[in-house]
Design a protein around this ligand. Structure first.
Ligand SMILES: Nc1ncnc2c1ncn2[C@@H]1O[C@H](COP(=O)(O)OP(=O)(O)OP(=O)(O)O)[C@@H](O)[C@H]1O
Ligand SMILES: [Mg+2]
Length: 346
């Protein structure tokens, strides 16, 4: 391949693969590496099926192109990556003669434009919701101090000790509301950006959680230790990961396995901006999964599936991640829930 062709393929947003005449991989561009979560180096000269945990109808599509000696397009191809991500793709297979007989495979994600549009709409909507909530929280917090103070004064004047039970209810509930309002009013600006190692963040989260739940919980690490440093706010990123991991432990009732995985992602679009490199963090648990009725709205404030949940953990996580120009999403089914955070690298 000429240098120009190589460099063009490397910068393409579309995932591209070249196969030789025996249907083994002879080239994979960075967009394909990211999409299929594989390393091109490891796949070279391997049969194309090795790239996936389940390559679905891909063999049939290839067979059709080879047989018909012309380009064949499969409009709805499902593939399963080795890390169990389901992909829905449109795949074009084109037989080629030069520089050697082989096949050119192009992959387009079907849900991508849909996803981008949805992401944008959700971002607008959540921003409007948050503003409303913050203003409300502010208005509620002020009189709460007065209510609490008055209940305390009243308690001192009450002669029957039995009545203190009631003033205590007022005080405790005022305190609970106050802490809820404070959570809603978390600071927006003042992000403290510095160079940081994402593994330090994850290690801190791991030790905090293991200290809380020393028994019954296994936290495995699957780190790519060659990741370059990230520019971000360490404390906020710890909070983000802690919120996600805590949700997982709560869903599993403290018993189960969590995997903390890090990878590099190349040529990726985050919040409408192309980035050459990004860090991908995945937090995977083997709990019961996100309740289906909550799946469309768990990032909204005050949405919770737990009786004692505030429904703010993921809202905050999303706020903090978008302050880093990153994205957060999840995929869930009983037995496997995976939260993926993508953060651009400088
Ligand atoms: N890993 C997971 N497995 C199953 N359900 C989950 C998982 N993560 C989140 N959820 C669901 O999403 C809901 C929202 O999570 P979120 O962290 O925003 O709020 P919360 O945990 O209910 O309250 P808190 O504000 O205390 O964090 C949870 O209540 C739970 O139902
Ligand atoms: Mg939570």
């Amino acid at each position: 391949m000429t240098e120009l062709a190589h460099s063009m393929l490397d910068h393409l947003d579309t995932a591209v693969m070249l196969l030789d005449a025996s249907l083994c991989v002879s080239y994979l561009n960075p967009a394909a590496e990211t999409l299929f979560e594989v390393s091109g180096k490891n796949l070279l000269s391997q049969p194309v099926q090795q790239a996936f945990a389940d390559s679905g109808q891909l063999a049939v599509t290839i067979e059709r192109a080879v047989h018909g000696r012309e380009s064949h397009i499969e409009h709805d191809l499902s593939l399963l990556t080795h890390s169990h991500n389901k992909l829905h793709l449109r795949c074009a297979v084109t037989p080629m003669r030069l520089p050697f007989p082989g096949l050119l495979l192009e992959f387009h994600t079907l849900d991508r434009s849909l996803k981008l549009a949805r992401e944008e709409q959700m971002l607008d909507q959540t921003q409007a919701n948050r503003l409303l909530l913050r203003n409300l929280a502010h208005e509620i917090k002020n009189p709460l101090g007065g209510i609490r103070g008055a209940a305390q004064l009243l308690e001192q004047e009450l002669e029957k000790p039995g009545l203190h039970e009631y003033t205590q209810v007022i005080i405790q509930e005022a305190d609970r509301l106050r802490s809820l309002m404070e959570n809603l009013l978390t600071p927006q600006g003042n992000v403290q950006h510095s160079a940081l190692n994402i593994h330090e963040v994850l290690e801190r989260v791991r030790s905090v959680i293991l200290a809380e739940l020393p028994e019954g919980l296994v936290i495995r690490r699957d780190y790519d230790t060659s990741l370059p440093p990230l520019i971000g706010d360490k404390e906020r990123l710890i909070q983000v990961m802690l919120n996600i991991v805590r949700n997982a432990t709560q869903a599993m009732q403290g018993r189960g396995e969590i995997i903390l995985r890090t990878r590099i992602a190349r040529q990726i679009t985050l919040v409408k901006q192309r980035h050459r490199l990004a860090v991908k963090v995945q937090i995977i648990d083997n709990g019961p999964g996100v309740p289906p009725e909550l799946r469309d709205k768990i990032f909204y404030p005050l949405v919770s599936g737990r009786a004692d949940g505030h429904g703010l953990g993921l809202t905050l996580a999303q706020d903090f991640i978008s302050q880093h120009q990153g994205t957060i999403e999840f995929d869930s089914e009983p037995g496997r829930t995976c939260f993926t955070v993508l953060l651009p690298l400088p």
